[in-house]
Ligand binder design. Structure first.
Ligand code: SAH
Length: 274
């Protein structure tokens, strides 16, 4: 009996010592401090996350950021539901945490099917349009893709889920550096360059896919030249300020074939910044 009592009091003092150590570490209230691993940070970030269980820091689940169920609803209703069928694109959209690509004050609206402001007068595209354009681009694993208009980096992340060779050009320096760091922090291997995307990026071409996410008023010839034989370019073309036409341009035997897909509304492709 006294042996048991002795063991009990030892156990009590052991607990007391342990809680002292925890308190001294300065994180007694939140012993699960934010992990430094980039992929785990997706799990830790959303404040407004629905009450899905947090992934264990030992086994970070890259896509289990608590918002996945919300994304699944968006993809089912507003992307698949509006006609996008490519299962690889749909899965990429279920995986990429769109809320982490928008400014903090827009996060609560990140899973609505609408474009959102990202600063500097620019917007992240509507999820349905991202799905549609990605499907039209038809990117296969290992293919080379160039995006014009990195913006938030979200479309680039979707492309990076589909192939490991993604380049993206953004003309606004602050957006180029912000999207570069968002993509890197979330573990996406995308090379972002600050430049005028009208001219493309000839050094890495030709590209199997080119996607333009700002609207020029004509099809940029440098981009046509950098499209590989058999490649596809998807772009909005039209005057700024109203609706433009979304085109799919394919190159066959050196000739381009352009198909008019639908009406869209994009910010203009600008030429005068460097
Ligand atoms: N794809 C983006 C949305 C882009 S909005 C996303 O997923 O968030 C269009 C972007 O094109 C803006 O960031 C704008 O600054 C950029 N842009 C406009 N003209 C450009 C040009 N000539 N070259 C490169 N980027 C350009």
């Amino acid at each position: 009996m006294s042996i048991q009592k002795d063991a009990l009091s030892r156990l009590v003092s052991l607990f007391a010592a342990l809680s002292l150590i925890l308190a001294a570490c300065g994180d007694a209230e939140n012993p699960r401090a934010e992990p430094t691993n980039a992929r785990s940070r997706i799990t830790a970030a959303p404040q407004e996350a629905s009450p899905a269980p947090a992934a264990s820091p030992e086994e970070p689940a890259p896509t289990d950021d608590g918002m996945r169920p919300t994304r699944e609803v968006l993809v089912e209703r507003d992307v698949k539901g509006l006609g996008v069928k490519d299962e690889r694109v749909l899965e990429a959209m279920r995986d990429v945490p769109r809320h982490l690509f928008v400014p903090e004050e827009q996060r609560s609206r990140a899973y609505e099917n609408r474009p959102l402001p990202i600063g500097f007068g620019q917007t992240i595209s509507q999820p349905y349009i991202v799905g549609l354009m990605s499907e039209l681009l038809d990117v296969q694993p290992g293919e080379k893709v160039l995006e014009i208009g990195t913006g938030s980096g979200y479309q680039a992340a979707i492309l990076a889920e589909l192939t490991d060779k993604v380049w993206s050009i953004e003309i606004i320096p602050e957006l180029a550096s912000r999207s570069r760091s968002t993509l890197r922090r979330l573990g996406y291997d995308v090379t972002v360059r600050q430049a005028d995307g009208y001219l493309g990026w000839p050094e890495n071409g030709p590209y199997d896919g080119i996607i333009v996410t700002a609207a020029p008023d004509h099809i940029p010839q440098p981009l046509v030249q950098q499209l590989a034989e058999g490649g596809t370019m998807v772009l909005p073309v039209g005057a700024p300020g109203s609706y433009q036409t979304l085109w799919r341009v394919t190159k066959r035997n050196g000739q381009t074939v352009s198909e008019n897909i639908t009406d869209v509304a994009f910010v203009p492709l600008v030429r005068n910044r460097r």
